[in-house]
Design a protein. Structure first.
Length: 258
């Protein structure tokens, strides 16, 4: 019995995705199938190379090609949108435990800029004049604290690390005025505070007290630097103000696990 149209399409798609593992559908010239594969796979490679230029330049051509071919053949994307293929690539690389750890982290670092640029997240309701100490500070939906084991901001074709440094790379990615995404280094206290703001709706004073307890120091040790930090983050637009009223506030978050 002849294959149905759907079966023929699936066989053709499987062959184009991975011709070594899937036989071609009958009745189609091999040369034509090769043209289709070159077209589709070539477009994917171009898309990934353009979205991850540093990673592309940092890997040997054979290494890059092998990853792209395996991604194309075996990763099942959960979105048909070209703008979201980068996130699928990051997820794929995070599952490739046989690769050097800096590869997935560098890809994530490059992807987060695009994710913030394309984000349609709406800023939560807030009081821009609220008291950051006694009120509940509100973090911008377009601000993402990041922690990497590898020095992602310094990796490139001329600097490929052999081992992760002792200290992590702590960064803040933020889309500010003019739709511009910027990255800045974070001190451990700043990163811990931003993660705490993400985790639970506490007053500024409670956040700082929790950080002091975690560090094993007296609350007074974090009050002055913590307040200065909150005010600095407010001036940068990273902290928007404080929560309005008493209703719970939920922050839409992107999947940004490094």
């Amino acid at each position: 019995m002849a294959d149905s149209l759907r079966e023929q399409q699936l066989r053709m798609a499987s062959h184009i995705r991975d011709p070594q593992a899937n036989p071609p559908p009958p009745g189609i010239e091999a040369r034509r199938l090769a043209v289709y594969r070159q077209l589709f796979f070539g477009n994917l490679q171009s898309l990934l190379a353009g979205s991850f230029p540093v990673l592309h330049a940092s890997l040997a051509a054979e290494h890059w090609l092998g990853l792209c071919e395996d991604f194309y053949a075996n990763h099942r994307c959960h979105t048909p949108l070209f703008t979201e293929v980068g996130g699928e690539w990051v997820a794929y690389l995070q599952g490739r435990y046989d690769q050097p750890g800096w590869i997935a982290e560098l890809a994530h670092y490059e992807w987060i800029e695009t994710a913030l640029l394309l984000s349609d997240a709406v800023e939560p309701e807030h009081d821009p004049q609220g008291d950051l100490v006694d009120g509940v500070p509100v973090l911008s939906s377009l601000a993402v604290p990041l922690a990497y084991a590898w020095p992602v901001s310094h990796i490139g074709p001329e600097h490929l690390p052999d081992e992760a440094p002792v200290e992590p790379t702590l960064l803040l990615a933020h889309r500010g005025a003019g739709h511009k995404v910027s990255f800045s280094r974070l001190a451990p206290l700043a990163h811990a505070l931003l993660e705490s703001l993400l985790a639970q709706p506490l007053s500024g004073r409670e956040h700082l007290a929790a950080l002091a307890e975690a560090a094993g120091v007296a609350p007074a040790a974090t009050e002055a630097p913590g307040l200065a930090l909150l005010l600095s983050l407010k001036a940068q637009g990273v902290v928007l103000g404080t929560r309005c009223g008493r209703e719970p506030m939920f922050r839409a978050q992107m999947a940004v696990k490094a």
